[in-house]
Design a binder for this molecule. Structure first.
Ligand code: AMP
Length: 302
């Protein structure tokens, strides 16, 4: 537990049975009871939902949460509902012992690590309507994905009842959808966006990167190089021309397959046809490298 919290949390630490140890829970009842006590003491609960296989991108969210909240809760749950391709779910990396070590070293206070049957004891209806927000990019190419994401995040929010929740801009469309979810459900939770953490060679950190072969890993940084180059073309080309340019450049790499490259308004996610003065634009990309699907994004005109 962070130094700043120690004085006020002596009572809770007695409950936990250890002064500095991270609390790990797998049941909704246990974490609910535990956090109720903390809430009653008036502390700020920050929440970082993850699917595990943690890396420095996740840890940056934990770090920011720790700076801004008195209690940091992380969840690790590989949510079957958000995988539209079963193989992707089966091959999703699981490194729980390593994750627990990383979280402990990062002074995370509580880890919630439930089983699927704990989260979904009954049949689930994961249908949501986010309108245009889910009809583009990830929503278009991964049918049902955001319904699954919204279902798990809503459930986690109801269990944890955080004051703030931290999400990475790496999954930009997800961030916008979660904001919409919180508004639709009238939840009093501040959604805090956190910038993308990259490897030294520019590749956006991702749990899926470990599935790349050495050869694929070598060329993966090309995705971010192209994103940066596309930004520099905005003065010379219109959005449609930049999209064609991107398509051509990816085609030149036989190991890569472009699923989409979209230029969108940062708020509405509507694809843009022309540059408009003052409009904030984001370029989002999804690329297959072998069997591994990588996403990334970059801001234009920021
Ligand atoms: P995941 O475990 O992939 O579901 O990600 C959990 C959270 O970490 C999400 O809010 C992601 O957007 C965020 N995240 C994943 N990778 C990165 C990264 N490279 N930089 C910043 N945030 C990230």
């Amino acid at each position: 537990m962070a130094e700043k919290n120690r004085g006020c949390f002596s009572m809770i630490c007695i409950f936990v049975g250890s002064f500095v140890k991270m609390k790990i829970t797998t049941t909704i009842e246990e974490i609910g009871n535990y956090l109720s006590i903390i809430k009653r003491e008036g502390h700020t609960i920050g929440f970082v939902p993850t699917m595990g296989a943690l890396h420095n991108g996740h840890l940056a969210l934990i770090e920011r949460c720790r700076r801004e909240c008195t209690i940091t809760v992380c969840s690790i749950f590989v949510n079957p509902l958000q995988f539209n391709v079963k193989k992707d779910f089966i091959h999703y990396p699981v490194t729980i012992d390593h994750d627990i070590n990383l979280l402990s070293v990062s002074s995370c206070d509580v880890l919630f690590h439930p089983e699927v049957k704990e989260m979904y004891p009954d049949e689930i209806n994961s249908a949501y309507d986010f309108g245009i927000l889910e009809q583009v990019m990830e929503g278009k190419f991964r049918p049902g994905h955001f319904g699954g994401v919204a279902t798990v995040v809503k459930r986690l929010f109801e269990i944890i009842r955080p004051d703030r929740a931290y999400f990475g801009e790496k999954d930009y469309q997800q961030l916008i959808i979660i904001r919409k979810l919180v508004a639709l459900e009238n939840m009093n939770i501040e959604i805090v966006p956190c910038e993308i953490v990259r490897e030294p060679d520019g590749l956006a950190m991702s749990s899926r990167n470990v599935r790349l072969t050495p050869a694929e890993r070598n060329i993966a940084p090309y995705i971010y190089q192209l994103l940066k180059e596309s930004v520099s073309l905005a003065e010379l080309m219109n959005p449609e021309e930049i999209k064609c340019w991107m398509n051509d450049r990816i085609k030149q790499k036989s190991e890569m397959r472009l699923e989409y490259y979209e230029l969108s308004d940062v708020h509405t996610l509507q694809p843009i046809m022309e540059w408009e003065k003052g409009q904030e634009v984001i370029a989002c990309v999804a690329v297959f490298l072998g069997e591994v699907r990588l996403i990334d994004n970059i801001r234009f005109f920021s």
